[in-house]
Every structure is written in structure tokens, then in C-alpha cells.
Design a protein around this ligand. Sequence first.
Ligand code: PLP
Length: 339
Amino acid sequence: MDWVDLRSDTVTKPTPAMRAAMAGAEVGDDVYGEDPTVNALQQRMADELGFETALFVPSGTQSNLLALMAHCERGDEYLVGMDAHTYKYEGGGAAVLGSIQPQPIPHAPDGTLPLEQIRTAIKPVDPHFARTRLLALENTWHGRVLPMDYLAAAHDLARAHGLALHLDGARLYNAAVTSGVSARAIARGFDSVSVCLSKGLGAPVGSVLAGSSVLIGKARRWRKVLGGGWRQAGLLAAAGLYALDHHVARLAEDHARAAALAAGLATIPQLKVLGQHTNMVFVDVPARSLQALDVHLRAAGIRIGIGYLPTLRLVTHLDVDDEGIARTLDAFAGFFAGR
Ligand SMILES: Cc1ncc(COP(=O)(O)O)c(C=O)c1O
């Protein structure tokens, strides 16, 4: 079956050209810092995002955790969105492995963390409290691009209180492509930025954490401690380099397909399309129909994630083409016809 998999943009498979780039990669032992392809990827990302250096790591989860552990010490606190990936979907790693207390802050509907709530969450210097050290933002958040003037104001607030800033930019390039603002400009002012290569960019594995030499030195040590010191990782870094060369501008196609999907779903009376942001579509489906809808879609070769109920999140990516969108719309329409 030729599946249309709308569960996530993490499901992409490397293209034949990407596989060829991987097969031809020069490699060395990255724990010794001797893998030329890893070094090239790290240098490229550091240059592109405007940082001194960068570190190639297995996952976005590890990248965020390394950043938190490099910024904070035991008994420190970081401010983070209540629905941020770092806080909610990474197994509580900051607290579990870093002894770092999270202070979650509810998101505004546009994905920002309201400045007043950040301000009131910052603890006074007092032995009663954990030491507030870091503000972590996520961009895109549920596909939404954080406004640049919000970023500037959040940076000013964090700096005024002596906080460092981390960006979970798992989908930073989706934000850049849709807003026409460079990834470097979006990353400016943060002390560390994590970017995933294995989501919309279509690499099989890997994220990059960019920051100062001192910060990345600490992150490199924690990466080793966490078992992330990999060896001939250049095979994977080659996929990342290929993705940066060939899969950034095309993210606009994913966004256009998400818009087409949202527009088509909006014509089905039983559905309520809540919004489309970059490569994500959010739609409410009558709860009683969900299981049957899932079975119907699977029979048509379409996978959806029903884990975010009551709202469906449908994600477009490199492996979803126009035919896949058309098939999805037909299958939804067929299911709801006459119901
Ligand atoms: C916003 C965000 N940050 C971080 C991650 C973690 O990435 P990984 O799955 O590579 O650990 C994800 C994963 O989907 C994500 O959506």
C-alpha cells in the first residue's frame, strides 16, 4: 500500500538522492571530533544560524535536554510553555535527568507565552525558590510562527531579568519559509537553538544544537554522558546536509498542500476546521465518528493520528503529494456523505 501518512512530518523516508549522499559520505570517529561530514554539518548550521558552533545529536529531545542541562544546574528553573514539546512530550527529562525544575506557563492561542505571565513566574533570589535561569520558547509551535515583535519583547524581558534564552526550533525552517524571515534572523538573540533535520526537512535522524563554544562544550559533555556520543555519524550528517541543500525551499509546497487540505475539509459540514498553520491542519471531528473514520481512512491508505483528541492534527511533508491530498479529501468526503 502506498500510504498517505498524515500523522507527523517525522515519518518521511530518505529519498534515493539522499541515500546516495549518505552512502558516499566521508566518515570518522565523531567522539574524537574526527568525522568530516559531521564537522561540516555543524559548521554549516552554526554559520547559517549565526552561532559560534553547533553539535549534531540523535534527536530533538536530546538536543533540548542538552541545552537545558548546559544552561542550568541542579536546583535551577526554566520557564517553558505548558504545551511545549520540551515540557510535555520529552518525558520530563529536564527534571528527571537534569534536576531542573520546569515552570510551565499557559500559551496564548497564537503560541506565545504572555509576557506578564513570564514576568510574574520569575522567582526572586531567595533560598525558598528555585533559581530562574532560562526562558525556553518553541517556534513553530503547533505549526504557528511566533511573531518577530513578540520574540524581541520576550528577549528584552528575559535579558532584563538575567535569563538565558533557548529556542526549540524543531521546525525553524517551516517558520522561516512561511514568514519570509531568515532562520538566522529568527534565531537571533537566543543563546541556543535546536533544529530538527528529521521532520519537514526529511532526514532519517538527527538534530543540531547551536550556541556559543562554551555552551556547546558543556552540551557535548552531557551528550556523551547520556550515551549520545556516536561514532561514524557522518552517514547521518550527510542526510542532514542534503536536506539543507534540497529540502528547505520546498517546505512551501507542504504549507500549500496543508492549505488545500484545510480548504477541502472545510467544505464538509460535519467537520470544523480550526486552523491551518504551516504544515499542520487542526480539525474537529465528531467524537462518535472517529474510530469508524480511522478504519475508513486506513482502507483508503491514509493514516491519521487520533491521539490529540478531540482535535485531529494532520501534517503534510515530503512524502505527501497532490494525489495524497486529493485521496484524503475524497476519503473524508466519502465517509461523511449521507451521515
Ligand atoms: C517541537 C518539537 N520539539 C522537539 C521534538 C523532539 O524531536 P525528536 O522526536 O527528534 O526527539 C519534536 C518531535 O516531534 C517536536 O515536535
